[in-house]
Design a protein around this ligand. Structure first.
Ligand code: F6R
Length: 603
């Protein structure tokens, strides 16, 4: 996820507007930023690695202009450096583009353009766009070049382009990544979301998937994917700036829960091909994958819970033994790391001190280390031998949601890649992965019952979560989410363990959240539920929709499960929302819970 802003007007006001817009979009990405103005003498660009404040220090020398584009980056391809920062230009500095999303076929296009004599200066996928536009004569006729370039690009993205020969227009394309046209007086705007231009207008047009737009100071035209001129409705909002940053949601956590289907699409993008996983997109060679004989996962908190699910998936799919440890413990255990062990460190931030310590320790032992992270350029990404990004986009709420589910997806991809390297491909699971974003939307639409459940849960001091297998791992994440934002005491148990002690705590009305998505274990979990109910416990079930309606649970949330090996992320949604709505009911500070920080860089 990145933030993009465009401005085209009759006065030379582009620069302050774009800079202000970027500051408001900084929550979408903050590892580098840049602005380009389309001036008759050529494109003028300033960009800088780091936060927007660093960009400010280099903007002073930019001449004023009426048309320009800006970008705040959350790196996907290429580390956060000045060179990789957007905007990017063609060879002659006449066209500039900013881009949000991923160009899947950039390597192939880049090779083709280099062969045709184009010179690239960055490692980004984005840079193919201005060169492709140049190739199609974009400096003189940007609109027609964008149309032709569009037919060559694959992926999910949005981009803006300007030309120094046509400083009266911004050409915009939306394919999946969001893009709005803000409607001003004698000036118009473009941005990834409302917050960038809310100070100037509350009226906007949301571009739809496949749309291309030409935006001028007093007009705009939109063509759909079929090339037909279309009228998109003008929307008006009454949000304030903070609400706009959160896409209208009251909290970042809710926004991040709701955008999981998109995050999953981004995470899977370019990594599936027919019935196979594209192993090279996971940062490990087939040779290395085929020689892995053991896996050791290290992580903290929610990332550790993702690791537990990863273990179940890898062991079941490819029969390689996997150990999962909490990083703060593992580093002091003098662990035995056998030859052939791949050490996987999972971390959203890539900065968790204990996880980094484990990676350093494993490297000293001569083992191959592999980072699963959401943060390009993080310490973990730099220090591990290989890295795979979760592509969840920035996660602002302290409680991890979309980072967690994308970590699970990456571990599923890894399991399938390991299997392929041993001629054990599982095309049916690859197909199920493809269906996940659609099913994610379906689950999100069914979540009203969770709100009601949360309102009841909020009156309790203790809540228990139970499950077996992958459902136990989900239970652990469910209880952590509830604890950290609602401050209600919660505990997760392997369902079969209850009778070894914890059952003593169940009394009349004690809430127990039972997760049953592992349908082969359903019968066993049901007998544990009966033990709970016999002691007066009230059972909320998050269950595979295929299970019989007669399950002995008091309140039921159905999940459209395909296989626990790929669908567990769907069951994570009600668990996250349960915690969220409980905290909201209790009036807690959802995005910044007490005593916690987003990134734990100390021991
Ligand atoms: C809980 C949460 C934490 C983190 C943990 C590790 O919602 O976010 O438990 O998962 O602090 O952080 P990363 O993944 O950045 O290493």
């Amino acid at each position: 996820m990145c933030g993009i802003v465009g401005f085209v007007g009759q006065k030379a006001d582009a620069l302050p507007f774009i800079f202000d817009g970027l500051k408001r979009l900084e929550y979408r990405g903050y590892d580098s930023a840049g602005i380009a103005l389309a001036l008759p003498q050529g494109i003028a660009i300033r960009k800088s690695k780091g936060k927007i404040t660093l960009l400010e220090s280099v903007l002073g020398s930019l001449p004023p202009g009426p048309c320009g584009i800006g970008h705040t980056r959350w790196a996907t391809h290429g580390r956060p450096t000045d060179q990789n920062a957007h905007p990017h230009t063609d060879c002659h500095g006449e066209i500039a583009t900013v881009h949000n999303g991923i160009i899947e076929n950039f390597q192939e296009l880049r090779a083709e353009l280099i062969a045709a004599g184009h010179q690239f200066v960055s490692d980004t996928d984005t840079e193919v766009i201005p060169h492709l536009l140049e190739h199609y004569g974009g400096a003189q006729d940007l609109e027609s070049a964008v149309r032709q370039a569009e037919m060559r690009l694959k992926g999910a993205y949005a981009f803006l382009a300007v030309s120094s020969h046509e400083p009266d227009k911004v050409v915009a394309v939306r394919r999946t990544s969001p893009l709005l046209i803000g409607l001003g007086k004698n000036e118009n705007y473009l941005a990834s979301d409302f917050s960038a231009f809310l100070a100037a207008t509350r009226r906007a047009v949301a571009m739809e998937n496949g749309d291309m737009a030409v935006v001028k100071p007093t007009t705009y035209q939109i063509w759909d994917a079929g090339g037909h001129l279309v009228d998109r409705p003008v929307i008006e909002v009454d949000w304030d700036i903070k609400q706009a940053e959160r896409g209208g949601y009251p909290h970042f956590m809710l926004k991040e829960i709701m955008e999981q289907p998109e995050a999953w699409s981004d995470c899977l993008l370019g990594r599936l091909d027919g019935g196979r996983v594209v192993s090279s997109e996971l940062g490990l060679s087939n040779e290395l994958l085929s020689h892995v004989s053991r896996i050791q996962i290290v992580a903290a908190g929610t990332a550790y819970h993702a690791g537990l699910i990863g273990k179940a998936i890898i062991e079941r799919v490819v029969r390689i033994p996997v150990a999962v440890d909490v990083a703060s413990e593992y580093r002091y255990q003098e662990p035995v790391l056998e030859q052939g062990t791949l050490v996987i460190a999972i971390s959203q931030s890539g900065e968790t001190a204990d996880t980094l310590a484990c990676v350093r320790m494993a490297k000293e032992e001569g083992r191959v280390t592999y980072a699963v992270t959401n943060s390009v350029g993080s310490t973990l990404a730099r220090e591990a031998d290989a890295v795979v990004y979760t592509h969840a986009g920035p996660e602002i709420a302290v409680a991890s949601t979309k980072a967690y589910t994308t970590q699970i997806l990456v571990l599923s991809l890894l399991a399938l890649a390991l299997a392929q390297s041993r001629d054990m491909a599982r095309p049916e699971l690859v197909q199920m992965l493809r269906e996940l974003p659609g099913l994610g939307h379906e689950v999100l639409e069914r979540m009203d019952a969770v709100k009601t459940m949360a309102e009841k849960l909020a009156n309790n001091h203790d809540v228990f979560y139970v499950g077996r297998g992958i459902d136990w791992a989900l239970a652990m994440e469910g209880q952590l989410k509830l604890k950290e934002i609602s401050y209600i005491h919660a505990e997760a148990y392997a369902a079969g363990e209850l009778k070894h002690g914890t059952l003593a705590l169940i009394e009349e009305g004690t809430p127990v959240v039972a997760i049953i998505t592992e349908s082969t274990l359903a019968e066993k979990t049901v007998s544990n539920i009966l033990e709970v109910k016999a002691r007066g416990g009230e059972v909320w079930g998050i269950v595979d929709e295929k299970l019989p309606s007669t399950l002995p649970i008091d309140h039921r949330i159905d999940i459209p499960m395909r296989s626990p090996l790929v669908s567990s992320v769907l069951a994570a949604i009600p668990l996250q929302l349960l915690a969220y709505w409980t905290a909201v009911t209790l009036g807690k500070d959802v995005d910044q819970p007490r005593n916690l920080a987003k990134s734990v860089t100390v021991e």
